[in-house]
Design a protein around this ligand. Structure first.
Ligand code: NAD
Ligand code: GLY
Length: 396
C-alpha cells in the first residue's frame, strides 16, 4: 500500500492499494480517528457513518462495506442515489441533508463517499455544509475519482446556470483508494479517467508520459488506427502493477500541486490543461456526447495545437503529444462549430480581466498559463483537431 500525504490547510492521507477496501474500518480508526478532533483518546471511536453511493457502485461494494463497518462497531446508515451528473443538484442535496437529520447524524458523524467523482463532489459538499461541517471520507471507485477528484478538497454541485458553481474547499479526513474496484468500471469510464493521467504527464511529468506511451505501444488497434476502450481497459488490468503505479504517480502530482496552491491562485490552474476546450465541447453537446475525460482528451489535443501555434511548443513535441493522444478512440468532434466553441469559452468562469487564459505546453512535462491568446489561433486549433483525417503515425 502507498500512503501519500496531502499538505492542505487540513492535511490528510491518500491510501492507495489493491484490495484495501477490506481493511476500511481500520483506515477509519487509524487515519480518520487520528485526524478528527471529535475522536477521544480512549480508543472507543464509533461515530455514526452515512455511506453515500449510487446504484452502479452499490451493486458491487455497498453490502461488503456495510458488513465490515458494522462488524467493527460503527452505526451505519446508507443513502443510495441514481447514477449520473444530475445528482449534483439542489433537490438531491437537500434530500440527503434531511435524511442525515432524521437519522440523528451529528457533527462528529462521518459521510463516506463511495463512488465516482459525482458521488465525491455531492457527498463531500453535503458534509461541508451539514451542521457547518461534519466528517468526510472519500472512497473513490472510478479512475477519474482516484487520480483527480477525490484529492484536493474541491466539492460542490451544479446550478442550472453552469457546472460546479456552488461548492467548497473541504478536506476529507482520509481517502481510501482501492484499485481493485476499477475491475468493474465500464470501459469508456476507464479511458475517461486515463485522460487525466495523460494530463499529469503532459503538464508536469515527462517520465509518466513516457511510461504511458510505453504501456500502450504495440497494443492492437482497430481499422481506424485507434485503441478501443475495451483494449485500453484490458491493457490497464492485465499488468498487476501498471494501474497502481499510474494512480500513485497521478496522486503524487496532484497532491504536490494542491499542497503548493490549494486555493488555485496559480499553479493549480495548470490542472485545467485541456479543460477550457473540453468544458466547451461538453456544453455544446449538452453533456450527452462525451464523458468528462473524453472531452478533456480532445481538449488537450486542441491545447497542444494552440501551444504550437503560439510558438511555445516545438514541432517534434507537438507530434509526440498528438501521436499519443490520437491513439484513443473517443467520440468525434464532427459538426462542432469552432466559433461557437470560442464563444462558449468566453463564458468560462476561469476567464479573467476580459481576456481568455489558456494552460499551454512549453514542452512535454511543462505547462504554463498563457494570458491574451489570439482568438483566431484558438479557432484554428479547434479546426485542426476537428478536420484532421488520419491520426498521426508517430506512436505506432
Ligand atoms: P461518475 O461519478 O458519474 O462515475 C462514472 C460512472 O461509473 C457512473 O455511472 C458510476 O456509477 C460508475 N462507477 C463508478 N465506479 C464504478 C465501479 N467501480 N464499478 C462500476 N461502476 C462504477 O463520473 P466520474 O468520471 O467518476 O466523475 C465525474 C465528476 O467528477 C463530474 O461531476 C466532475 O465535475 C467531477 N470532478 C470533480 C473534480 C474535483 O476536483 N472535485 C475533478 C474532476 C472531476
Ligand atoms: N481537477 C482540477 C482541480 O482539482 O483543481
Amino acid at each position: 500500500m502507498e500512503r501519500i500525504r496531502v499538505q492542505a490547510a487540513q492535511p490528510y492521507d491518500v491510501c492507495i492499494g489493491s484490495g484495501i477496501l477490506e481493511e476500511f474500518p481500520e483506515f477509519l480508526r487509524v487515519r480518520a480517528g487520528a485526524a478528527s478532533p471529535a475522536v477521544g483518546s480512549s480508543g472507543a471511536y464509533t461515530p455514526a457513518l452515512m455511506i453515500v453511493t449510487d446504484g452502479n457502485v452499490a451493486a458491487h461494494y455497498l453490502k461488503g462495506l456495510v458488513r465490515a463497518t458494522e462488524a467493527a462497531g460503527f452505526r451505519v446508515h446508507t443513502a443510495l442515489f441514481p447514477p449520473g451528473e444530475s445528482l449534483k443538484s439542489e433537490r438531491p442535496l437537500f434530500s440527503l441533508l434531511g435524511c442525515m437529520v432524521r437519522k440523528g447524524l451529528a457533527r462528529d458523524s462521518i459521510v463516506i463517499a463511495l463512488g465516482g467523482g459525482v458521488i465525491g463532489d455531492f457527498a463531500g459538499f453535503a458534509a461541508s455544509v451539514y451542521m457547518r461541517g461534519c466528517g468526510f471520507v472519500q472512497v473513490p471507485t472510478s479512475l477519474l475519482a482516484q487520480v483527480d477528484s477525490s484529492v484536493g478538497g474541491k466539492v460542490g454541485i451544479n446550478l442550472r446556470e453552469g457546472k460546479n458553481l456552488v461548492g467548497s474547499f473541504y478536506s476529507p479526513l482520509t481517502v481510501v483508494c482501492d484499485t481493485d474496484t476499477l475491475k468493474t468500471l465500464p470501459e469508456r469510464e476507464m479511458v475517461s479517467g486515463l485522460a487525466e493521467v495523460v494530463k499529469y504527464g503532459l503538464i508536469r511529468d515527462a517520465s509518466l508520459f513516457g511510461a504511458l506511451e510505453g504501456a500502450f505501444r504495440g497494443s492492437p488497434v482497430g481499422r481506424d488506427g485507434r485503441l478501443s476502450p475495451q483494449v485500453v481497459k484490458e491493457r490497464l488490468l492485465e499488468d498487476g502493477t501498471l494501474l497502481g503505479s499510474l494512480v500513485t504517480g497521478s496522486v503524487r502530482i496532484k497532491s504536490e500541486v494542491v499542497g503548493a496552491d490549494e486555493r488555485e491562485a496559480g499553479l493549480r490552474m495548470t490542472l485545467n490543461f485541456g479543460h477550457t476546450f473540453g468544458h466547451a465541447l461538453e456544453q455544446l453537446t449538452g453533456y450527452r456526447r462525451y464523458l468528462h475525460g473524453e472531452a478533456v482528451l480532445l481538449g488537450m489535443k486542441m491545447a497542444v495545437e494552440l501551444s504550437a501555434a503560439s510558438g511555445m511548443l516545438q514541432a517534434a513535441e507537438r507530434e509526440r503529444a498528438l501521436g499519443f493522444l490520437d491513439i484513443f478512440r473517443v467520440p468525434s468532434v464532427k459538426g462542432i462549430d469552432a466559433a461557437a466553441m470560442l464563444a462558449q469559452m468566453g463564458r468560462d468562469k476561469k476567464k479573467k480581466a476580459g481576456s481568455l487564459r489558456f494552460v499551454l505546453l512549453r514542452g512535454i512535462g511543462a505547462a504554463e498559463i498563457a494570458p491574451g491568446v489570439d482568438p483566431s489561433a484558438v479557432i484554428e486549433s479547434v479546426e485542426a483537431v476537428r478536420d484532421r483525417r488520419a491520426p498521426p503515425a508517430a506512436h505506432r
